[in-house]
Design a protein around this ligand. Structure first.
Ligand code: 3PG
Ligand code: MG
Length: 398
């Protein structure tokens, strides 16, 4: 991969079309987590410092090609101004004469935000004509939206081929972190994969067993693996239909020298609720009426011991029902171990995915991780070994 960065581009006086991902959660018009906005600020600041005029292109939600006022990017202007510490102007469309004029009139030090690209149905079809309309607004294209790079859309893919193109600072940082965690990692490497379903993470598991030394499996998907090993899991979330697939993964991993770590003890309750009465049992003794909601203390001890031998940890998915106390215990304990080792300079730790980041934030561990990705789907697809269209387009672009 050889993409250009902002340092390779002549930005002085240029209109720089920056594809950002500011798809942030919003409740009653209030941004509840501005992480993605804060993380693009260095790109905007560097463009301004180089004399460039940043023009931001972004999607917001899934309006399905229709103008929907509740998904207007206009509502993010105040949050952007706070993050960039500069004036942010707004154009009510991402193509057309009004946007072109606003781009032309943009003054040094100002930022222009364009309306939601997905108000155009052609955006998600990677339409070249829509991309050409966007290209008229800029002299240079900068993609800083790693978290939307798994989408081949006009603003993430086709546009990159129409203008001199480069990666923004966040895109660079994301790619570098992933490369250090899975591309050329320091070994041993441990992957932690949790979440509800094996079926949604099959490709991920298959790719990881070829790349990592230890694969820790947690959450609902661990139950499917326990079933594959002939254990009963009572009323736990499990995809019994996937048990043969899980057994094949275990067998294949053995052949590849990848050790799969499953819970050896489990925290079992009869209801899926915070503080539901619960007990710790050996993994093969889940009662008929029981529901496995977390990994037990022996499992956590084994996971932290494996972290202790590792140089790199890559994490996607919680180990238990982390949204319900106290079933966040295994996730918290393992996360805090990874954080402490990272702080001590013993470990490179990279995590991504919406739930994962929420869980690591809740545990207080996130701040000490080497890198926390802003991406959900894109992080997962990268871990699956897939080519991300938004990144590939940068690579081919001049
Ligand atoms: C995200 O929030 O994961 C990205 O912005 C991509 O959004 P999408 O899943 O609607 O394409
Ligand atoms: Mg998504």
């Amino acid at each position: 991969m050889a993409w250009k960065t902002l340092d390779d581009m002549d930005l002085n006086g240029k209109r720089v079309l920056v594809r950002v991902d500011i798809n942030v959660p919003i409740v009653d018009g209030v941004v509840t987590d501005s992480t993605r906005i804060r993380r693009i600020a260095p790109t905007v600041r560097d463009i301004l410092a180089a004399g460039g005029r940043p023009i931001l292109l972004a999607h917001f939600g899934r309006p399905g090609g229709e103008r929907r006022e509740n998904l207007s990017l206009n509502q993010l202007v105040p949050t952007l101004e706070r993050a960039f510490e500069t004036k942010v102007l707004f154009a009510a469309d991402c193509v057309g004469t009004e946007a072109e004029l606003a781009a032309e009139l943009l003054q040094p030090g100002e930022v222009l935000l364009l309306e939601n690209t997905r108000f155009h149905a052609l955006e998600t079809k990677n339409d070249p004509d829509l991309a050409a309309g966007m290209a008229r607004l800029g002299d240079v294209y900068c993609n800083d939206a790693f978290s939307a790079a798994h989408r081949a859309h006009s603003s993430t893919e086709a546009l990159a081929r129409l203008l001199p193109a480069c990666a923004g600072r966040l895109m660079q940082a994301e790619l570098e972190a992933l490369e250090s965690a899975l591309g050329q990692p320091e070994r041993p490497v441990t992957a932690v994969v949790g979440g509800a379903k094996v079926s949604t993470k099959l490709e991920l598991l298959s790719n990881l067993i070829e790349k990592v030394d230890y694969l820790v499996i947690g959450g609902g998907m661990a139950n499917t693996f326990l079933v594959a090993k002939g254990m009963g899991v009572g009323k736990s979330l499990a995809e019994r239909i996937m048990k043969d697939t899980a057994a094949e993964i275990i067998k294949k991993a053995e052949g590849l020298g990848c050790q799969i770590i499953l819970p050896t003890d489990i925290v079992v309750a009869e209801t899926f609720a915070s503080h539901a009465p619960h007990q710790v049992l050996p993994a093969d003794q889940c009662p008929e009426e029981g529901m496995i909601l977390d990994a037990g203390p022996d499992s956590v001890a084994r996971i932290t011991e494996i972290f202790g031998q590792s140089k790199t940890v890559i994490w996607n998915g919680p180990l238990g029902a982390f949204e319900l106390e106290p079933f966040d215990a295994a996730t918290n304990a393992a996360a805090l171990k990874a954080a402490a080792m990272t702080r001590a300079g013993q470990l490179t730790s990279v995590a991504g995915g919406g739930d994962t980041v929420a869980a690591l934030n809740a545990s207080g561990a996130a701040g000490d991780f080497s890198y926390i990705s802003t991406a959900g789907g894109a992080f997962l697809e990268w871990m699956e070994g897939k080519t991300l269209p938004g990144v590939a387009a940068l690579d081919q672009a001049g």
